[in-house]
Design a protein. Sequence first.
Length: 360
Amino acid sequence: MCNNRYTLDGKIHDAQRLRELQKLPLDNKILITQARLIEWYKYWNGQCYVGLSGGKDSSVCADIAAQVCELLGYKLVLWFADTGLEYPEVRRNVDDIYNYLKQKYNIEIELVKDYPKDRKGNRITFRQVLDKYGYPLISKDVSNTIAGARRSIAKGEDSYRLRKLKGTLKQKNGQPSKFTCAKWSFLLDAPFAISSNCCDIMKKRPAHKFEKERRLVSIVATMANESYLRLSTWFKFGCNAFNEASPQSRPMSFWTEDDVLEYIKLNDIPLASVYGEIFKDEDGGYYTSGVSRTGCMFCLYGIQYEKEPNRFQQMKLTHPKLYDYCIRECDKGGLGIGRVLDFINIPYGKDDMKIERNNI
């Protein structure tokens, strides 16, 4: 996947190195993450901020960043994107983490709560994004491919995305490309719009605006094993992307879900109640009794891979009012996600017969 073992910083970042890092004990991972953060904070003279979502990963990242700020004498800036898509418990945990860090460390801490706005300064809602652009479905790559292919069809043109979706995309040597989305070609006929714009509008644009206004660079808790895009970025830049268009530190790139839960357990980090409690399984791995991931409540990315009860089935039990708003048809004041799940044959808590779909 990565022919050159050396990234722009002269360090080795390939599949072999990632496996080596992921197998390290937690104590070693903490030391490496601290080292990457020290390197990042010193390079930018402390002008950095941590993206805090209130979820478990970013909470751990904020705690380690606080340790580094205390060591170096820097102010810790935390930035929360209040999109309106967070679990209520996760939104509350943002304040819990802030108060926890203030009590634990002898440093100045600033918590900034921000939200997506249009050019006039008015708040942008998820419903507005769905109405204008469409639903985030399957993955960012698939959503973007569907939207581009539909535009090509409307213009009567051939395009990279259309070939990618139909499975006719070729490599330079004439062989079929492995980067196809043919499995999801049936979504071209979906009776609703599909788009990858949601994350950009709700999170990335407000973050870039904040960075520009405050002249700060970001630190986030993303991990390489979460997606192909994040894995590819780690291969290219490593944990600290100094040479990226928008410089960003991802000091926990080589961590795993198990590491995060163990760290929280050992350090008694505040955890949003929606996760439930942390337990160990028979093999010594950690898991939560509630949801395993939080993110955006109404996001559809990755839903096709979830075992039952999936995120929407759990939401029906834990947050029935939000579930109703999510599933209800748009013309009845909801988000209309029920019909989207019906189309891709994903159960979400209703008794109706599902549409037959293959390869889901």
